[in-house]
Design a protein around this ligand. Structure first.
Ligand code: V47
Length: 391
């Protein structure tokens, strides 16, 4: 029997559903965002997390590469993008990209994470060559996780192909997984106001569904803390949940905390630790069919990332190395962490650190587990169908 110490009576019926393992509704999601009972929400999310991952909190050794910041979309929340002739614009050569990937693999990375601007002059062949060259430069155990759905849509346009054809060709060249960026908030109101040139929600979700149909696992994100409402956040989460019910290939949900510095939305205050923890916890509670919830420490900071592991989060991402997108928007976190720092953060909060690859295959368990994850105990709820193959 689970009991929670709740201060907000609106959470009582939600707690009953969480204990019974029932799906939460749109109204429940809104009540959670409106509630100030952070510890109550955290306790419920912690139960939901423990049911999936037991004592584990995952981390990884990875390497981010952002090959160019030259971008034709120019979203208002982005401090990273530049026009080609603007100060600070850069583009890496294929050799430099491959060298960075090789360096990452030599440093023990299990993932090369590649995300770029939409360069107006790069050809489709360049993207395919990039994947092939990186794939050939690193050992097979290193997962190539590259290109958001926004970049996939861009490639399809310049190549005059369908997004499904592009995904198949990238897969043939060595692409293993897609990162979850570019989703922002699936509301036409926010898109029209702040990222009108960017991929629509329908296309973003379709591309992820297509990737899943080809056996390419993906992540999903939500950019929060800017001009969106709580209702829009909940609708976003429900659309991700419905997509997962249909195609089942999302591995992790990563809420991305908006950083305003150097953006066109610089008047906005940025997120608070309170909102960060609540959003991570509500993500765990609403997305009952997505196996993992990740706190990207680069965005929420080391201390919130650590605390989040008792608020529903079972993954704190990785060593990263050379993150540009958030740092150009004012992040004050380090650009990289050592593996031992991540292990220490997880241990200190009472969980068992588990090094993983992109597909959540275990590299090493650092300690002994009292309660194994549901997968190992054979207690995988049927709504996770599609994700268990990655174990
Ligand atoms: O697509 C851009 C967001 C994303 C800002 O899949 C911003 O494992 C906050 O998607 N403030 C890129 N966010 C990062 C991303 C990601 C990160 C870590 C892991 C994974 C994964 C994916 O960052 C962009 C956009 O949604 N972003 N500007 C900003 N000022």
């Amino acid at each position: 029997m689970h009991s929670f110490y709740l201060n907000d009576p609106r959470l009582d019926p939600i707690a009953e559903k969480v204990v019974a393992g029932e799906r939460l509704s749109r109204e429940d999601g809104i009540a959670l965002f409106e509630s100030r009972d952070l510890t109550g929400i955290g306790q419920m999310a912690d139960l939901a997390r423990r049911r999936i991952s037991g004592d584990r909190v995952y981390f990884m050794v990875n390497r981010h590469i952002n090959p160019t910041n030259i971008c034709r979309n120019r979203c208002k929340f982005c401090a990273f993008a530049r026009d080609a002739d603007e100060e600070g614009a850069y583009e890496m050569t294929l050799d430099a990209i491959v060298e960075a990937a090789r360096e990452g693999a030599d440093d023990g990375a299990y993932e090369i994470h590649i995300v770029s601007g939409l360069h107006p002059e790069w050809s489709y062949e360049f993207y395919v060559d990039m994947v092939r060259a990186v794939r050939e430069a690193v050992p097979r155990h290193v997962i190539v996780q590259a290109f958001t759905a926004v970049e996939i849509e861009h490639m399809a346009k310049i190549a005059e192909k369908t997004t499904l054809e592009v995904l198949q060709e990238l897969k043939d060249a060595g692409l293993d997984a897609l990162p979850g960026g570019g989703a922002e908030i699936f509301s036409e109101r926010t898109r029209a106001a702040a990222w009108e040139k960017k991929t629509t929600s329908g296309v973003w979700l379709r591309i992820h569904g297509e990737a899943h149909s080809l056996g390419i696992k993906t992540n999903c994100t939500m950019l929060y803390g800017h001009i969106e409402t709580f209702e829009e956040r909940v609708d976003h989460l429900i659309q991700l949940r419905e997509q997962q019910d249909t195609t089942g290939g999302f591995l992790a949900f990563i809420p991305l905390a908006f950083h305003p510095v150097n953006t066109e939305l610089a008047d906005l205050p940025g997120t608070t630790g309170f909102d960060d923890l609540k959003t991570l916890a509500i993500g765990r509670l609403m997305l009952d069919n997505i196996p993992h919830v990740k706190a990207f420490w680069i965005m929420v900071g080391l201390k919130v990332a650590q605390l989040s592991t008792v608020f529903g989060v079972d993954d704190i991402d990785g060593t990263v190395v050379e993150e540009k997108i958030t740092h150009m928007a004012g992040a004050t976190t380090p650009e990289a962490l050592a593996k031992d720092d991540l292990i220490g953060m997880i241990r200190e909060s009472g969980s068992v650190p588990v090094e993983r690859d992109t597909l959540y295959r275990v590299v090493e368990v650092f300690g002994s587990e009292e309660s194994p994850p549901a997968w190992d105990a054979g207690e995988v709820p049927s709504r996770f169908a599609g994700a268990e193959g990655t174990r």
